[in-house]
Design a protein around this ligand. Structure first.
Ligand code: ZN
Length: 136
């Protein structure tokens, strides 16, 4: 695990990067670098044939895994299923989970951890179109 640094930030934002997704290794947690208040995001990689070395569960947080490359197997309690690039897996709190890379290429994934049942309004029920001048 390497330290992820804040690249730039202001009162209302923080920017960080894990760099090229094809060259990251291990697990990288983002919350400290961005100061996120609603979720923890981590980037993980598993070499061919590797699984996370332990099962774990969470007390209050669900996790959403997004598979960015590679393929393999996911286990939730005693349920096992295939996963591949593009898979999105939501796992409730209070159950055991693990994933394994079975492809020849490494598996790269994002895990977003947030308090279960905390999402109220979202997308257009939470968003408003504003009149900000576009400086891009
Ligand atoms: Zn977890």
């Amino acid at each position: 695990m390497s330290e992820i640094k804040t690249i730039n930030s202001g009162n209302k934002f923080a920017h960080t990067s894990v760099g090229s997704l094809s060259s990251i290794e291990g697990k990288h947690f983002i919350k400290e670098a961005t100061g996120a208040t609603s979720c923890e995001i981590s980037f993980g990689t598993l070499p061919s044939g590797a699984a996370v070395p332990f099962f774990h569960s969470h007390k209050a947080n669900e996790e959403n895994y997004i598979i960015l490359s590679g393929s393999g197997k996911f286990q939730v309690d005693d349920n096992i299923f295939d996963i591949a690039e593009g898979s999105v897996i939501r796992v409730s709190a209070d159950c055991d989970r693990n994933l394994k890379c079975t492809s020849t290429e490494p598996m790269t994934y994002i895990c977003i951890q947030a308090k279960e049942n905390s999402l109220g309004d979202y997308t257009m029920t939470d968003a408003e179109i504003t009149e900000r001048r576009n400086l891009l």
